[in-house]
Design a protein around this ligand. Structure first.
Ligand code: FES
Ligand code: FE2
Length: 382
């Protein structure tokens, strides 16, 4: 975003902070608890998420030809490589022989040698060597890893989980959000790893915890609420995606400062919800990704949390600083948001109350749930 846009956001964020208010929807929304507990609905949603283009990381995770990284995206093990032409490719991380994973972790490699019987694949997934060829008079001919649609867009790595799904059109998927996401340059920041949360909470309930800051003063009273305001957010939509701006406590100090002296990114956090299942949290130092996946049943989800930093992580102090920030952000979700979500899930599964309410002050929840209803309606109609 250029400075004019940032200043404009800062003006709006300062105003709601001074006025002690937040962007509001016209009315509340009553939501059946069953949208978080119905197994039938869950399975349709999981299928929808499976077919949606999936943001799986930062382009900095594949810095050069020969770089590779591995990802778990729902039940699909994915291997991503950067080929000799610099293009990103994705494959099922499943050996053509007896389906072991051919790669783990990340790094640089010319070949991926399966740990089970040593079938070996190159960067474009072709089988290039294997012991005991006489045992496989037909199976080795033209064998290779199954390629998945892949793209590099707005600084991020994307995959499609359906091998026959055709090329990914991420520009259309993101619409107006694409150029804004790209403008941050987050994809080139230093990736500092992944942490996984296995939660007994529906995937949409997990996402809801990122959809408002009304809960900061209570759930995060000793962590985020010390830095950021509660029940105070700007809300903007980009098709099915949305952006929330969470002003920091110190933003009101800007009221007495000329705009030319403002440093906008020191005064708010930006939260993007990339439909259907990705959340991105951006500050001047941090670009976090939460990849929230439907799990094994309605009341289960997996969240992969990634972080990239503007800090120089090549020296020990920078690395430690980045790790500490990542752990701080991660622990608040792990220890504060998700335990609470698990208890909400249990209450909903008890059937005690049929409905819950999204307040006017929780517009991110309204928007994402309304968009989900819309696409599932569309899916059902086909
Ligand atoms: S399963 Fe990979 S070589 Fe046998
Ligand atoms: Fe939270």
């Amino acid at each position: 975003m250029d400075r004019n846009e940032l200043i404009d956001i800062t003006r709006r964020a300062l105003k709601i902070s001074m006025d002690k208010t937040t962007d509001m929807m016209p009315s509340e929304r009553i939501v059946p608890a069953a949208i978080y507990t119905s197994q039938e609905l869950f399975e349709r949603e999981r299928e929808y998420v499976r077919r949606a283009p999936q943001l799986v990381g930062y382009r900095s995770e594949l810095p050069e030809p020969g770089s590779y990284t591995t990802k778990q995206v729902m039940d699909v093990a994915v291997l991503l490589t950067r080929d000799d032409d610099g293009a990103v490719r994705a494959f099922q991380n499943v050996c053509a022989h007896r389906q072991a994973k051919v790669a783990e972790g990340c790094g640089v490699a010319e070949r991926f040698t399966c740990p089970y019987h040593a079938w070996s694949y190159n960067k474009v997934g072709a089988l290039v060597s294997a012991p005991g060829r006489d045992g496989f008079p037909t199976a080795m001919k033209g064998a290779g890893l199954t390629e998945l649609p892949a793209a590099e867009h707005a600084g991020f790595l994307w995959v499609g989980l359906d091998p026959d799904g055709g090329p990914l059109d991420i520009a259309s998927h993101l619409g107006d959000l694409g150029p804004e996401l790209a403008s941050w340059g987050i994809g080139d920041w230093n990736s500092v790893g992944e942490k996984v949360l296995d939660a007994p909470a529906n995937w949409k309930l997990a996402l809801d915890t990122f959809g408002e800051n009304y809960h900061f003063a209570s759930v995060h009273q000793n962590t985020f609420a010390l830095l950021a305001r509660s029940n105070c957010a700007l809300f903007d939509t980009y098709g099915p995606h949305h952006r929330l701006i969470f002003p920091l406590q110190n933003i009101t100090e800007l009221a007495d400062k000329p705009e030319s002296e403002w440093e906008p990114l020191h005064n708010f956090v930006v939260i993007y919800a990339i439909f259907p299942n990705i959340v991105m949290s951006v500050t001047f130092i941090n670009g976090e990704i939460f990849r929230v996946y439907p799990g094994e049943k309605a009341g289960h989800s997996i969240t992969v949390h990634q972080n990239a930093t503007t800090l120089d992580v090549s020296d020990e102090a920078g690395r430690k600083g980045a790790d500490d920030i990542f752990e701080y952000a991660h622990s608040s979700v792990r220890d504060e948001d998700y335990p609470l979500a698990a208890k909400v899930q249990a209450n909903m599964e008890s059937g005690a109350r049929p409905n819950l309410t999204f307040g006017r002050n929780e517009p991110g929840l309204h928007h994402r749930h309304a968009c989900m209803d819309e696409v599932l309606g569309a899916v059902a109609a086909h």
